[in-house]
Design a protein. Structure first.
Ligand code: NAI
Length: 456
């Protein structure tokens, strides 16, 4: 059979591409080598949220006294935490398979490899079979970067060094966990293992944590995590991983920190090798497939969506890119925009941000006004966050009186940052947004409060 579309990879980009293609009446096949749902569902976004929720419940039990609730003898059962996480993952993975089936999308569980093209379309081999399609969407995702630091390879082999995959399956809480890389994965896992009782040390090469996150926000996050007992070594370069320690250089000095387990979270790289891209001439730049705003590659009929194009390694970006690709395949013009992609760090409290930071807005030459407001301006925040020090920060374009960026450190930030995304994407004027009625009392009212501080 000749398919309209073959999707290589069944992660967020791949399975959603299959689903949307099926909904549009295309005959589609999704080939996945491991598990549908990809890294996000099986060893990333979703399982980490399951663990972090367990930690939150444990934190509430341990610190309830601030709210007049005393719990004695609270304990954490790591095996149960992992069992529950597995249940959550299995439920959602089978949901994806059912959805694809219901849209009459074919699925093959095997490694797929592009082998060239025939008169009928592109050919892909999987499990000894050759499949043909007029269009391809490559959605093979990304994998953790494993650097050539002495001892890392041996550590990975022995199980002492973990990536995002293994850290989510630890059934025992390590005494000393060292996290290499203070980015999103590093911080979320540092947060979890700190809550459940490990000694956690984060070693980060840059002078700040949380990568591109606005400095005011990442500074408060750092302060909060230090107060919770996480040790940070910033501006520190790891030089060796030993059997029981991590060695790093900082300010010209060599230091060492004891480690039973090490989490390697220094970024991810697109998976574009060994999938046969060269057989049809797909352009790749530093491992990432080059795409335009329609998610097209340089080869007609071949698209790439999700982490593999290296643009924004986030599951929600992948979803939208997949939709853009499918829409263009069915002849519906659709363009991918990256201006207000939300970013969330699911620490406790959470960070939610979108659009320009103060720094990037200045670098791009905008004439801006910055509004910073403590979260204490929200009644519900005060009621629910004893001693909380969250903030909201707005970046406003003075010329057009539009919102350019919004950055929040607060509980529920992940849930309400979408309001700011819509304000930025729709290019609403500040005065128009002021007319919206927010529910009261809610934490998201902070956006309205901050908007009324804008002078521009
Ligand atoms: P990341 O890019 O967020 O952070 C990596 C950090 O490691 C950077 O701060 C970098 O300076 C540091 N680093 C690099 N080499 C180092 C070295 N040799 N020694 C010490 N530090 C070093 O990467 P991460 O945390 O691995 O996450 C990977 C991807 O997964 C990201 O693109 C992220 O967007 C995505 N992700 C998103 C989540 C979310 O949206 N909540 C959750 C988890 C992952």
């Amino acid at each position: 059979m000749v398919y309209d579309l073959i999707v290589l990879g069944g992660g967020p980009a791949g399975y959603l591409a299959g689903e949307r293609a099926g909904q549009a009446g295309l005959k589609a096949l999704v080939i996945e080598k491991r598990a549908y749902g990809g890294v996000c569902l099986n060893e990333g976004c979703v399982p980490s949220k399951s663990l972090l929720y367990s930690a939150k419940v444990f934190d509430y039990a341990n610190h309830g006294d601030k709210y007049g609730v005393s719990v004695s003898g609270a304990s954490i059962d790591q095996k149960k935490v992992i069992e529950r996480k597995n249940k959550v993952v299995n439920t959602l993975v089978s949901g994806i398979e059912m959805t694809l089936k219901s849209h009459k999308v074919d699925m093959v569980k095997a490694v797929g490899k592009i082998t060239g093209r025939s008169a009928e379309g592109y050919t892909v081999e999987a499990d000894g079979q050759v499949y043909t399609a007029k269009h391809l969407i490559i959605a093979t995702g990304s994998s953790a970067v494993v650097p050539p630091i002495p001892g890392v390879k041996e550590g990975v082999e022995s199980g002492m060094v973990m990536t995002n995959r293994e850290v989510l399956d630890l059934t025992e809480i390590p005494k000393n966990l060292v996290v290499i890389g203070g980015g999103v994965i590093g911080l979320e896992m540092a947060s979890y293992y700190n809550s459940v009782g490990a000694n956690v040390t984060v070693v980060e090469m840059l002078p700040k944590i949380a990568g591109p996150t606005d400095e005011d926000i990442s500074d408060i996050l750092l302060k909060n995590y230090k107060a919770k007992g996480i040790t940070f070594h910033l501006g520190a370069k790891v030089t060796e991983v030993k059997k029981d320690a991590v060695v790093f250089e900082k300010d010209g000095k060599t230091e060492s920190v004891p480690a039973d387990k090490v989490l390697l979270s220094i970024g991810r790289r697109a998976v574009s090798a060994d999938i046969g891209l060269e057989t049809i001439g797909v352009e790749v730049n530093r491992g990432a497939i080059v795409t335009d705003r329609y998610m097209k590659t340089n080869v007609p009929g071949v698209y790439a969506a999700g982490d593999v194009n290296g643009k924004s390694m986030l599951a929600h970006t992948a979803y939208r890119e997949a939709e853009v690709a499918v829409n263009n395949i069915i002849g519906k013009k659709d363009i991918m925009r990256y201006d207000a992609i939300p970013a969330v760090i699911y620490t406790n409290p959470e960070v939610g941000s979108c659009g320009e930071t103060e720094r990037t807005a200045k670098e791009k030459g905008y004439d801006i006004e910055v509004v910073k407001l403590p979260m204490a301006y929200s009644g519900r925040y005060v009621a629910e966050n004893e001693g909380g020090n969250g903030i909201i920060k707005l970046v406003v374009d003075k010329k057009y009186r539009r919102l350019l960026g919004c950055h929040v450190l607060s509980n529920y930030a992940s849930e309400f940052i979408i309001a700011a995304v819509m304000m930025i994407e729709s290019q609403w004027k500040i005065d128009d947004i002021k007319e919206f009625v927010f529910p009261h009392p809610t934490v998201c009212e902070i956006i309205r409060e901050a908007l009324f501080q804008v002078k521009a």
